[in-house]
Design a protein. Structure first.
Length: 136
């Protein structure tokens, strides 16, 4: 009977370990950071309507994959995510939003002069944020 209980405990531990979302979250973070960096590079290279359009195209090209990965990890809880991975994800999200705001601030004068660019940037931010909203 003790061997049976031990086997059940080991089986449960294996199942719990197999439910970890850390690898999926790390894959998302890598792709998310790369996509955001590409968008920022395009905006920085050309802070005009055309540059924002290129940033939107770059995001659109990666959005389906990012959304799919996000949907797979956004509800991960407790034992499914290590504290380090959770912290890494939170930092990635915060840092990427800060970076997008920083590129906007850096190019504020150019974006302000080009009303179309400003509107496109606001639409890009809205699209970016809604793609990764917790409730979606």
């Amino acid at each position: 009977m003790n061997k049976l209980n031990l086997l059940l405990v080991i089986g449960c531990l294996i199942l719990v370990m197999g439910c970890s979302k850390d690898a999926e979250i790390n894959a998302f973070i890598t792709e998310f950071d790369a996509a955001t960096n590409e968008m920022i590079a395009k905006i920085d290279a050309d802070p005009s309507s055309a540059g924002i359009t290129e940033a939107q195209k770059a995001f659109d090209g990666k959005k389906a994959s990012l959304k799919s990965k996000w949907d797979g990890i956004k509800d991960a809880v407790g034992f499914q995510v290590s504290a380090d991975t959770k912290k890494k994800l939170e930092e990635s999200v915060a840092n990427n939003m800060k970076a997008l705001m920083a590129v906007s601030t850096k190019n504020m004068m150019k974006l302000a002069v080009d009303k179309d660019a400003s509107a496109k940037f606001q639409a890009l931010l809205k699209d970016y944020q809604s793609t990764f909203a917790a409730g979606k």
